[in-house]
Design a protein around this ligand. Structure first.
Ligand SMILES: O=C(CO)COP(=O)(O)O
Length: 155
């Protein structure tokens, strides 16, 4: 049996309709995994998943909802990533508008790069990820060894 993945779904306000459209399209796949979201995104994802499940007589999945991004949700998600507990991250961030928590957004993107998390920051990449053969196999990204950096920093 395929192992459940933990998929984090987050979108800034101007990108939420895009993410929700993507969730509606991919709900059957997403239904089979653990979903983690920041606050407002999570409410919207839950609404879609609940409706799809209700229409199909399925029990809706529970969705872990952190605080809203500007209130610390990005940092909560970053902590989960640092613990190695996120397999895939779909983050439709807004490239056209500054956010009050831009520093948190930057930190979150950094931590994704650091931990080699499969990350999409636009819909076409999200489509590639969810339709990838690797997604459907139990792909685990390599853990990057940063010990040489740390040793250098400690000198
Ligand atoms: O701000 C966010 C990501 O940086 C998302 O937060 P919300 O899901 O609460 O809108």
């Amino acid at each position: 049996m395929r192992k459940k993945k933990t998929i984090a779904l987050v979108a800034h306000d101007n990108r939420k309709s895009d993410l929700i459209d993507w969730v509606e399209y991919n709900w059957k796949e997403l239904f089979q995994h653990n979903l983690v979201c920041t606050g407002t995104t999570g409410s919207m994802v839950k609404e879609v998943m609940d409706k799809k499940c209700e229409d199909n007589n399925l029990i809706p999945p529970s969705i872990t909802r952190f605080k809203s991004g500007p209130l610390g949700g990005d940092q909560q998600l970053g902590a989960l990533i640092a613990e190695g507990k996120v397999d895939i991250f779909i983050f439709l961030w807004d490239p056209m508008q500054p956010q009050p928590h831009d520093v948190d957004v930057k930190a979150l993107l950094r931590i994704c790069a650091l931990y080699n998390v499969v990350t999409a920051t636009n819909r076409s990449t999200a489509d590639f990820i969810i339709s990838s053969e690797l997604f459907h196999k139990d792909y685990k990204p390599a853990i990057i060894d940063y010990s040489s950096y740390i040793n250098r920093l400690n000198k």
